[in-house]
Design a protein around this ligand. Structure first.
Ligand code: PHE
Length: 499
């Protein structure tokens, strides 16, 4: 028990009740009084009622009026002493501010009058034998009393004259509780089996439940917005009969990332400025499939399967170089090569991380995620690709697509996909797509009539739109705030995605 708690109990013991903690313990903050009372109350030592009162603190001027009288009284005393006073001397005698107030109030009270010579004298009604009532001083004394009954008008006037400032005070009226004593016994918080077995619970005192206390917030994990949107995409793919490709290999050979995709070895995308190369180890083995390797060489150098090739000297060493994959199409190529072992229609997708040696800005990072799908079926055409894209994006509520021819080394024809962005008032690119080249597929051993369409988009773009993130660095990387991740709602890829 604290000394203050003991003081409270002693006072109660002595007086039976404490009418006002404010007068009994004037120097203790009401917050501290409250917490001491509450813990004693929990032990049934006391009960209390609380009341808020307004206390009026005196300003320096207010205190001076109480000590030395109001300005008007001072002025009357001065005039009385001198017999009369030039108006212009009032300010020099009492100070400019006080002089003005004193003079005005003395006139109002009818204590002074003005002579034609601009002098102040006492008015006839002032009887010097009798003490004048100093109203201001009386009011200031009265307002300090605990149960003051000054009317609002007077109080407002004193406030306006800046003689007092109000301050809220909390007062407590305290009486003894059902278990009053000067000691505190420790309260039990838990009923144990031992207490029941020994019957000791009958004599013990238990702490009352506090039903108002707030529980400790439970800690829980939170999914990153990218993970939530990724899951939405996965569900769309699953609903369309796709299976997920294994995308755990961030590091690929140049072969799978570029050569198999018909990206020539001198293509700018293979430059150090665009692609991250691995230093140690810097190379890896190539596929055992010799026919495949020879086909790739032939396709690059002089062309095969009806193509004319790039007509340059293709080097295996370039293929062996290890890179951080720059697109998930490296994975798709690998899976199509697998498919060639048992050619059949297939629907495959992946959503994972890719790396590009890019200048980082508000919309670009050196690593991001791609959503990619490939669909293999007999004799499908560009018309199927367009129709399929319309179906896929419609699942996210994105309709009215437009397609624009573009170039990818591994697809022909290739199309960028655009959707109308209501907010920006323009067409925005939302994906890239195409029909994989026959020389790429036939190199792997896929039959000529089993054709493959593919498309890709970034996961960040729709996520940024969905979560209204302007800067990609707020979404991915070390600048992401945990609060942003914890507080965001689940994602739904619905109508307003690209609006
Ligand atoms: N790899 C392409 C990109 O990075 C996307 C794509 C995948 C295009 C498959 C066509 C076919 O943008």
């Amino acid at each position: 028990m604290s000394q203050f708690q003991l003081d409270i109990l002693k006072k109660l013991d002595e007086l039976n009740e404490i009418n006002s903690t404010l007068t009994t313990f004037p120097n203790v903050k009401s917050q501290d009084v409250l917490s001491a009372l509450n813990s004693l109350k929990a032990h049934s030592k006391l009960t209390y009622t609380k009341s808020d009162t307004i206390h009026y603190d005196l300003s320096k001027e207010g205190q001076d009026i109480i000590d030395n009288g109001s300005h008007e009284i001072k002025l009357v005393e001065l005039i009385n002493k001198l017999g009369k006073l030039q108006i212009k001397d009032v300010m020099t005698q009492l100070g400019p501010q006080n002089g003005k107030v004193g003079q005005a109030r003395a006139f109002k009270n009818g204590w002074i009058k003005k002579t034609p010579e601009n002098e102040l004298t006492l008015s006839d009604k002032v009887n010097l034998e009798e003490q004048l009532v100093d109203e201001t001083k009386e009011q200031l004394i009265a307002i300090q009393l605990p149960n003051q009954t000054l009317g609002d008008k007077i109080i407002n006037d004193l406030k306006k004259r800046k003689l007092v400032t109000p301050r809220k005070e909390t007062d407590f009226h305290v009486i003894k509780g059902s278990d009053f004593s000067l000691e505190l016994t420790k309260l039990e918080t838990d009923l144990t089996s031992e207490m029941i077995a020994t019957n000791s619970y009958k004599d013990l005192k238990f702490k009352p439940y506090n039903f108002n206390s707030q529980g400790v917030p439970t800690q829980s994990g939170a999914l990153h917005p990218l993970s939530k949107v990724r899951e939405e995409f996965r569900q769309i793919f699953f609903s369309m009969g796709f299976t997920e490709m294994p995308t755990n290999r961030y590091v690929e050979t140049g072969f799978w990332n570029f050569d198999t995709l018909f990206v020539p070895q001198q293509h700018p995308a293979r430059d150090l400025q665009d692609t991250f190369y691995i230093k140690d180890p810097s190379t890896a083995d190539l596929p055992e499939d010799k026919t495949y390797m020879n086909n790739i060489k032939a396709v690059h150098e002089q062309g095969k399967f009806d193509s004319i090739g790039y007509r340059y000297n293709w080097k295996e060493a370039e293929c062996q170089k290890l890179v951080l994959r720059t697109h998930t199409t490296a994975v798709s190529a690998n899976m199509l090569h697998e498919l060639a072992k048992n050619p059949r229609p297939a629907r495959l997708f992946s959503i994972d991380r890719v790396f590009r040696n890019e200048a980082v800005d508000a919309t670009h990072l050196a690593e991001f995620h791609q959503v990619e799908g490939v669909l293999a079926d007999y004799n499908i055409t560009l018309g199927d690709l367009i129709k399929f894209m319309e179906e896929f994006f419609a699942k996210m509520g994105v309709t009215g697509l437009r397609f624009k021819p573009t170039y990818n080394p591994y697809t022909e024809p290739s199309m960028e996909i655009f959707s109308w962005h209501e907010g920006l008032g323009k067409w925005v690119e939302i994906g890239n797509s195409g029909m994989f080249r026959p020389e790429m597929l036939e190199s792997m051993g896929l039959p000529r009539d089993l054709r493959v369409l593919g498309w890709g988009l970034s996961l960040e773009r729709p996520t940024m739109i969905k979560y209204k993130v302007q800067n990609i660095r707020e979404l991915l990387g070390h600048k992401v705030s945990l609060d942003f991740i914890e507080s965001n709602a689940a994602a739904r890829l619905d109508e307003d995605l690209y609006d």
